[in-house]
Design a protein around this ligand. Structure first.
Ligand SMILES: [Fe+2]
Length: 248
């Protein structure tokens, strides 16, 4: 499998490029609109044709480039079926693998950060979105998030994967790139060896600020990535490429 871990610095999001050397096909997991051109250039450099964009959930901190990628490359938009987005081409469900040449993505429903959140298990690695971060996890206080549900998703589903399974998170804010199931079981301060009662207390005490881009990002992502026409100046960097090319 051809593999690249790409970073979007405004929202500290990791986008994953997965390619099949046999067929020359590729998919992007959680692509970001601000890095659309970079991602297209990377695909071109590798000589790969994009067939799918795959989102882990409806993001609140960045805009997906799924729709722009479909316009530019003819790729299909794959997203959790449970979210019932009308712009989706392929509705993802647990138990139904997404196949692309020799790349097989096994979707795992991991609600708690959002109700419709999915992680994707692929061979020796799992793309955990915002359910499980390196020594952290996504917040559970909006978008039908639920602390008890996230605890079960991580400790019962993700922690059931093999210990040496690599963990590639949806974000990291400290420059870390990869972990493993064993490492998170041992070192994750919120979820490793914690009881549900401890996790509830930790999450209740986070006292996180309201996400500055959420009111724009969620409606944009419910349309598979349509940037709002009028953004306050300090938020325009989230839709970077649209400034240069308003017509897409
Ligand atoms: Fe998220």
């Amino acid at each position: 499998m051809i593999f690249r871990q790409l970073f979007e610095p405004v929202s500290s999001t990791y986008t994953y490029l997965l390619g099949c050397a046999e067929t020359g096909q590729a998919m992007l997991i959680d692509p970001v609109i601000a890095t659309l051109e970079r991602d297209l250039a990377e695909l071109a450099r590798l000589g790969l044709k994009l067939v799918y964009s795959v989102d882990t959930h409806i993001h609140a901190d960045h805009v997906t480039s799924a729709l722009e990628l479909r316009k530019r490359t003819g790729s299909r938009i794959a997203a959790p079926a449970i979210d019932r987005l009308t712009c989706t081409d392929t509705g993802i469900q647990e138990g139904i693998p997404l196949r692309m040449g020799d790349v097989i993505l096994n979707p795992l429903h991991t609600p708690g950060h959002t109700a419709g959140h999915f992680a994707y298990h692929c061979d020796d690695r799992v793309f955990t979105g915002d359910a499980l971060l390196i020594e952290g996890c996504g917040r559970t206080d909006f978008q039908n998030g639920d602390t008890d549900t996230l605890y079960r998703s991580v400790t019962e589903k993700l922690f059931s994967l093999p210990d040496d399974c690599l963990v590639f998170p949806g974000h990291d804010y400290h420059g870390r790139r990869v972990s493993s199931i064993a490492q998170e079981k041992a070192r994750n301060p919120r979820l490793g060896g914690r009881t549900l009662a401890e996790f509830r207390e930790i999450m209740a005490r986070l006292d996180l600020p309201y996400p500055i881009f959420m009111d724009y990002a969620v409606p944009a992502n419910r349309r598979c990535g349509v940037c709002p026409e009028e953004l306050p100046e300090d938020l325009q960097k989230y839709c970077g490429h649209m400034e240069k090319s308003p017509q897409g």
